[in-house]
Structure formats: C-alpha cells, structure tokens
Design a protein around this ligand. Structure first.
Ligand SMILES: [Zn+2]
Length: 447
C-alpha cells in the first residue's frame, strides 16, 4: 500500500532556484499542449526540445518527472473528455477544463519532483541531486520502498513541504468473521454497530458542525473586509482561515476514525462495512447541514480515511448501498414507517428508535447480523452519543466534572493539529457485551 511521509524542508536558495525552473518547464510544456489542443493539433507526449532545454538546468531525471507529471494531467483530462463526449461523466464533475498552469495569484507555484532513485534521506538531511543537501523537520512515519518525492512551497504557512511516497508492506488480512457496520451522516458523523454491541455508538457531528460554521462566519467577515478595504478577493489571511477550517474538520474526523479502527482491532473485527451515501443530499437535514453537504462536506474524504486506516491494520472495508436502510423497520421489516427529525417509528409494530440507529442496524441485518429477539427497543434504539470536545471523542455524561469547553468561546485559538490526540478509552470495547443466547420471544415486546 502507498503512504506519504510529510515533513517540513528547510528553505535553501538552491531550492528556490530549482523549483522556479521546474515550474517554468511545467508551464512551458503545458502551454504548448494547450495551444495544440485549442487548434485541434496533436502533441508529443515527449517534447524533446523542452527536455533538452531544461535537462541541464534541473537534471535529466527531474525534467523527465515534470514532463510525466504534465502527461498525467493531460491523460486524465483527455479521458474525462472522452467520457463527456459519451455523456458518461461522473455526476460530481460538472465541467472538464484543461490542465492548469503551476501558477497561483499571479506567481509561479514552486515545486520540485524528484525521482525515487535520485534522493536519499537520513535522520536529519535530505540529499537531492546536484549535491544539494537540506535539513528537514519531522519524523518519517512510514518505512518501505521509497517512491517519488515532491517538495512544494506552501505560501500560506511560508514553508517548504516534502511529500515522500513510500510503498509499505501490507499487514496480513485478519482472520475472524465479525464485521463492524458504519452509517455515515451529518448530524451524527458516524453511527457504529456490530453484533454483540449493547447499543450503537454515534459520533455526534454537532460540535464539528458548529466549529465549521464558526470559521465559515470568520471567512465571510474577512471576505467582506477585503472587498471593502483592499478591493481584493483573496489574501494570505483568508487562505489561512480556509485552511484552519479544513484542518479542524479533518482533525475531528481522523480522531473518530482512529477510535473506530483501533477499537475494532482490539475487538478482533475483520471487516468494516460502510453504507455508501447515495441520496445523502436529498434528505431532510436542516438548511445549515444541507449547505455543508452540498458545498464542503467531504464524505469521500471520510471513506478514504477509513479505508486507509483499516488497511494499515489488515481490516477489509466494503461499501454497500445505503438505499432504504433508513426506511425499513429493523424489528419487523415493515416499510410503513414515520420519520420525523431524528425519530423513526414503525406503524406496524410500534417500535420507536433513533434514525441513525435504525440505519446502522439495517446495514448489519441486511448482511446477516443477528439481533437478540426484542432487542430493538430501549438501549438498542438509541445510540450512545460521543461528543467532540475539540481534542477527543467523549461519551456524554449526565454530570460532567470537567470544566466546559464551549467550542467557539474556548478553543478557537487552539491549534489542534499540534495537540496530541486524547481518545476515549475504547468506547466500543466498554459497550461490548459478548453475545448471549437469544432471549425468548415475548421478552421486550412491550413497546
Ligand atoms: Zn416494525
């Protein structure tokens, strides 16, 4: 499996020069191709004249890497164009445009691409072609066969960042056959259940949503200030705000996924089944939630992170259709149900439950999970709620002895990516109740 080591690279004058030449090469290749494309002409996948012009400046391997990078961009552009011509474009793509230049805010984007066999790292330094040696900060998380290295200048934080691809050996797939089911959403980011869990566990999205909204308001304020004062559309400050908003969201999501997957490992779970999100856009969330789903909420990001994290522990991930999972009664299978807000009620058997609980139980039941008779009431019908407090996911308690950490008031200046993640100690494990023989019918049918 491929993973990326990221680290901060100390800026050196030679780095700036090299990156600028790389960007010029990329942009020249791209310019010729854009011109050719507009004029319906063919272009060469190997532009010899540009290679010969730049190889002495950036090194032949790097010149080749940059041309390859542009080739990748054009190949995917042309593939999308072919799909578009046949009317088969994926629904989330509305417009296909030609590969853009390495240019941002009127300046060249500075990046260097180094082939896997042209650099070396040790504990402190990065050794690049032409005897260039630079220090780096950060530790290398992944070890294995090294792949391509990219060094990119980050103009928001004003640092150079290294991205080093590593091919890591996959851990063997775990034995066992106990799957864990995940239902994704917005009000609850994820609701988790597996056979033997006393009640589903939900990761409340409320605090994450509120935080996202808080930063969105600050972004809007900064935008109007810019328009008024400088007649500008963007600034470094604005880009920084966007980044903070995204990082805080990612931080909460990654902590959640870490909790789920590490608990799953502790419980000997071999497979994670995630309901995929067809139709997530057209259900009755409130307007804020809807705005988020349509604009920024990245379910693909969440699913991708679940896949990566699970893969690292040898756990398989399957996506299944979530179609109908929230409109069938998990107890009697009836389709005559009433849904109001978060509440779900079955007209036939009268069961009342939380919608996300119903969703995740149905995902499990559709795949053969067993529920003790009459289990779908009481605890099973309501998830145990975990809340994001800006640092970790904690169960909601009736009385908290900890000081309140009101999101907007207290932690807005915290930079969570520098704070070590504190996790609830195995929330899933605490809730785990080893399976017992199904109780007799009649028990619990009192609803
Ligand atoms: Zn029912």
């Amino acid at each position: 499996m491929k993973r990326t080591n990221t680290f901060i690279v100390e800026g050196a004058p030679a780095l700036w020069e090299l990156a600028d030449k790389c960007a010029r090469l990329y942009n020249e290749v791209n310019y010729e191709r854009r011109q050719a494309y507009i004029r319906y002409k063919r272009f060469e996948w190997y532009p010899k004249h540009l290679y010969e012009k730049y190889a002495p400046l950036v090194g032949s391997a790097t010149a080749q890497q940059i041309i390859n990078k542009n080739n990748e961009a054009w190949r995917s552009f042309l593939a999308l164009k072919r799909l578009e011509a046949r009317g088969k474009l994926p629904p989330h793509i509305t417009r296909v445009s030609m590969p853009r230049y390495w240019k941002k805010n009127g300046k060249r984007e500075l990046r260097i691409i180094v082939r896997n066999d042209c650099y070396r790292v040790d504990g402190k330094h990065l050794y690049l072609p032409n005897g260039l040696r630079v220090r780096y900060k950060g530790s290398l998380k992944w070890h294995g066969k090294q792949g391509r290295l990219e060094i990119i200048y980050d103009d928001v934080d004003e640092v150079w960042r290294g991205f080093m691809v590593v091919e890591v050996e996959e851990p063997p797939i775990k034995g066992g056959n106990k799957p864990l089911y995940i239902d994704l959403g917005v009000v609850n980011l994820a609701t988790v259940w597996f056979e033997g869990l006393k009640q589903p566990i939900a990761f409340s999205g409320r605090a994450v949503l509120a935080d996202w909204w808080y930063w969105t308001k600050r972004i809007a304020k900064e935008q109007s200030r810019l328009a008024r004062v400088n007649k500008a559309k963007t600034s470094r400050r604005l880009r920084k705000l966007y980044r903070i908003r995204q990082r805080r969201f990612n931080h909460a999501v990654n902590a959640m996924i870490k909790t789920i997957v590490e608990d799953a490992v502790a419980l000997g779970i071999s497979k994670i089944v995630v309901g995929n999100l067809k139709g997530i856009r057209d259900n009755n969330h409130n307007s804020k939630a809807n705005a988020m789903i349509n604009n920024f909420w990245s379910f693909n990001y969440i699913i991708q992170r679940i896949r990566e994290k699970a893969e690292e522990h040898g756990i398989e991930v399957a996506e299944v259709s979530e179609h109908k999972t929230s409109s069938i009664c998990p107890r009697c299978g009836s389709g005559k149900v009433i849904k109001r807000g978060r509440l779900f009620k079955c007209v036939d058997c009268g069961v009342e439950a939380n919608r996300d609980s119903v969703g995740v139980l149905n995902i499990g039941l559709a795949r053969g999970a067993k529920l003790p008779a009459g289990a779908v009431n009481g605890a099973m019908a309501r998830p145990l709620l975990l809340r994001w407090d800006g640092m970790g996911w904690e169960p909601k308690r009736a009385m908290s002895n900890k000081p309140m950490r009101t999101l907007e008031a207290r932690i807005s200046r915290l930079q969570p990516w520098r704070v070590s993640i504190r996790l609830p100690s195995l929330a899933l494990v605490q809730c785990y109740n080893p399976p017992k023989a199904p109780r007799s019918l009649g028990d619990g049918l009192t609803l």
